[in-house]
Design a protein. Structure first.
Length: 88
């Protein structure tokens, strides 16, 4: 039996509510389980660059040393994002 347009709309809304309840507040931030790893990696990159910018403004003499700490985090995150799909 085919659902009419209103029935389809109600079914989609019910499914969306179910997904929101299952995901919780953290799921709203990082997204669905399929996209969560990439979204989390992007969030780490964003926060790392923001920290580098803030420290660079607040402590200009320590800028180089701080970036020496941040660059491995950035490369590790990028390696995860772009290397996880390879089957080698």
């Amino acid at each position: 039996m085919e659902l009419d347009a209103e029935g389809k709309k109600l079914a989609l809304e019910a499914e969306a509510r179910k997904m929101q309840l299952e995901a919780g507040w953290l799921g709203r931030v990082v997204g669905s389980p399929r996209n969560a790893p990439n979204n989390t990696a992007f969030l780490i990159l964003l926060l790392t660059f923001a920290a580098g910018f803030v420290v660079g403004l607040a402590f200009p003499n320590e800028r180089v040393e701080f970036w020496k700490l941040l660059v491995p985090i950035i490369t590790l995150t990028l390696g995860y994002m772009f290397g996880k799909s390879s089957n080698a």
